[in-house]
Design a protein. Sequence first.
Length: 365
Amino acid sequence: MLMAPDRARSSLATVLLLLVAAAVVVGAAAAAAAGKKKPVVPAVIVFGDSTVDTGNNNVIGTVLKSNFPPYGRDLQGGATGRFCNGRLPPDFVSEALGLPPLVPAYLDPAYGIEDFATGVVFASAGSGLDNATASVLGVIPMWKEVQYFKEYKQRLAKHAGRARARHIVANAVYVVSVGTNDFLENYYLLVTGRFLQFTVAEYQDFLVARAAEFLTAIYRLGARRVTFAGLSAIGCVPLERTLNLLGGGGCNEEYNQVARDYNVKVKAMIARLRAELRGFRLAYINVYDDMVDLIQHPEKLGLENVSEGCCATGKVEMGFMCNDKSPLTCDDADKYFFWDSFHPTEKINRFFAKGTTAASLSLLT
Ligand SMILES: *[C@@H]1O[C@H](CO)[C@@H](O)[C@H](O)[C@H]1NC(C)=O
Ligand SMILES: *[C@@H]1O[C@H](CO)[C@@H](O)[C@H](O)[C@H]1NC(C)=O
């Protein structure tokens, strides 16, 4: 195609400019990944359940804890309250964005507001979108996580000044991972009566409405760049396989279908919020498909066991039942998808974090 010389020159200039801009963005991310240059965002701020709790449950009155070995056995410094042999996805996201390699728990007395200024976790193992879920094991409900976030903003303004605090809150990446416990620890455990009150489809709608409330609440408090994880293949966690006697110990396909249906509703809710709330950058994280792909093709990550946990018998243990007394705990967690009967190994968390990091970077442009 022929163009007038002037237009050709200006198109060329545009292309060059775009290339330079792209190189700058890629360069900044790469430099940050190497931990050398300025961070890409001021902070990583985390809400949810055990998939992202880095130690808040250590200091509250619940039996749902993991601050003892063999939890943390592949982490320098040992057990922290992370439900894993090593790090969780937000830790990897933080490091990839040029921030510290471990994101501290808000209630951990070893850390202060100067640490939380670059990253903080409000999540609590056992929590859910439904208030009733957190009450099952006496953990921190989502509304309380939001209260802590409000308090954090005030402390941050005192520590860093109002303008800087506003900048941090508006430009931080928010990681939200919650929902599994609403089904596995509440609805299907029959302990709260929700199964009498709602059909499973109604309960999905109820949870999605709670998620929308939560996301709107943090938006009103200043959050703008948020990743929200969908449900994983919850029927494939070892505990559910163990309970799935009729299914011969395979994945519980009914639960997986519930997760897929819920995820469709979550995606629609996210699209609606994006349209309704000005400047809200919101990304859905598809955990489900990645998890099923790895379970079907374990060789992709060099996994040898995707059906049972590394800790103890791998069939039922988590929390206090996963402890140093078991002679059965596996030697190399990197060969396993699951660390305990409910939670992935560090290797899997690192893999999942790549998707969240990429989504986070996409929210910055
Ligand atoms: C959950 O609990 C909080 C605090 O009591 C309350 O404000 C909120 O309305 C509750 N949510 C629902 C859906 O009941
Ligand atoms: C997975 O690990 C469990 C517990 O360590 C073991 O009993 C089971 O046989 C393993 N399965 C496979 C397919 O290797």
